[in-house]
Design a protein around this ligand. Structure first.
Ligand code: TMP
Length: 260
C-alpha cells in the first residue's frame, strides 16, 4: 500500500495560496487522453480572452529541459533505471522552474503547463513503483512551495488511451515513444496513481472524463478554468472579474508563447 500523505498534501494546498501574483495551472493524464489537444485549445482560448499566459510543458519548456526530454522519451534510450528517470524529470523541472515558471508567476502571468509534478508521482512513483516518499523528497527540494494552484486531470480507461497513444506514435512514425511502449499494466498503475493524487487533493485537482468528443471535454475545462480564475480574483493584479453572466478575463499584457 502506498502511503497517502494526506496531511502533507493539505499543508501544501494551504501553502500554495496567494504568495505570488501569478496563477499556476497544470494539465495531466495518462498518455492518449487527448491532453495536448485540450491544452492547445485552452491556450488559444485564454489568449483570445486577453489573458497573459505563459504556455509551457514538461519535461521540457527550456533548452536544457528539451534536451533532457529527448533522452527520456526516445525509445532508443534503453535500460534507464527508474531512479535515473525520476532524477532527470526533476532536473528538467528545476531548470523549468528557475527559467520559466517562477519568473512568469512573479510577473503575474497565468502559467499553463502541459504536465508538471503530479506526472512524476503517477509515472515514477506509481508506474515505476518507486513509491511516493522518494518523489515527495525530491519535490520538496526542487519545487518547494511552487506548486500548481489548479490541475485539470483528464481521465480515460488505460486500454482505450494506450491504443490511441500507440496509434498516434505509429502515424507520426515517431521514435518518441518510450512511455507509450510500456504495457497496459504500467498505464493502469499510472492511472491509479493519478486518481489517488486527485483524491488526496480534491480542492486543487479536477478530474475530467476524457471519453467524450473533444469540444465537450474542452467546454468542461473552460468552465473549470473560468470558475477558478474568478474565484482567485485579486483586484487589478489579475484583473479577473465577472461581467454580467460571462466572466471577463483581462490578465494583463500578452506574453510571448513559447512554441513546442
Ligand atoms: P507528453 O508531454 O507528450 O505528455 O509526454 C511526456 C511523457 O513523459 C509522458 O509519457 C509522461 C512522461 N512523464 C513522466 O513519466 N514523468 C514526469 O514527471 C513527466 C513530466 C512526464
Amino acid at each position: 500500500m502506498m502511503p497517502t500523505g494526506r496531511f502533507e498534501n493539505q499543508q501544501s494546498e494551504r501553502a500554495n495560496t496567494l504568495k505570488r501574483p501569478g496563477l499556476f495551472i497544470t494539465l495531466e493524464g495518462i498518455d492518449g487522453t487527448g491532453k495536448s489537444t485540450q491544452y492547445r485549445l485552452l491556450v488559444s482560448y485564454l489568449k483570445k480572452l486577453d489573458c497573459s499566459v505563459c504556455a509551457t510543458r514538461e519535461p521540457g519548456g527550456t533548452r536544457v529541459g528539451e534536451q533532457i526530454r529527448r533522452v527520456l522519451l526516445d525509445s532508443s534510450t534503453k535500460k534507464m533505471s527508474a531512479l535515473a528517470e525520476l532524477a532527470l524529470m526533476y532536473a528538467a523541472r528545476a531548470q523549468h522552474l528557475e527559467e520559466v515558471v517562477r519568473p512568469a508567476l512573479t510577473r503575474g502571468q497565468t502559467v499553463l503547463s502541459d504536465r508538471f509534478n503530479d506526472a512524476s508521482m503517477a509515472y515514477q512513483g506509481y508506474g515505476r513503483k518507486l513509491g511516493t516518499e522518494i518523489v515527495r523528497a525530491l519535490d520538496r527540494i526542487v519545487c518547494g512551495p511552487t506548486q500548481p494552484d489548479l490541475t485539470l486531470m483528464l481521465d480515460l480507461a488505460p486500454g482505450v488511451a494506450l491504443r490511441r497513444a500507440q496509434g498516434r506514435e505509429l502515424r507520426r512514425n515517431s521514435r518518441h515513444g518510450r512511455f507509450e511502449a510500456e504495457g497496459l499494466k504500467f498505464h493502469e498503475r499510472v492511472r491509479r496513481g493519478y486518481l489517488a493524487i486527485a483524491r488526496q487533493n480534491p480542492k486543487r485537482i479536477k478530474v475530467v472524463k476524457a471519453d467524450r468528443p473533444v469540444n465537450e471535454v474542452q467546454s468542461e475545462i473552460r468552465k473549470l478554468v473560468e470558475e477558478f480564475l474568478a474565484r482567485h480574483q485579486r483586484g487589478k493584479a489579475l484583473g479577473v472579474r465577472a461581467s454580467g453572466r460571462k466572466w471577463r478575463l483581462t490578465c494583463g499584457p500578452q506574453s510571448p508563447m513559447p512554441n513546442h
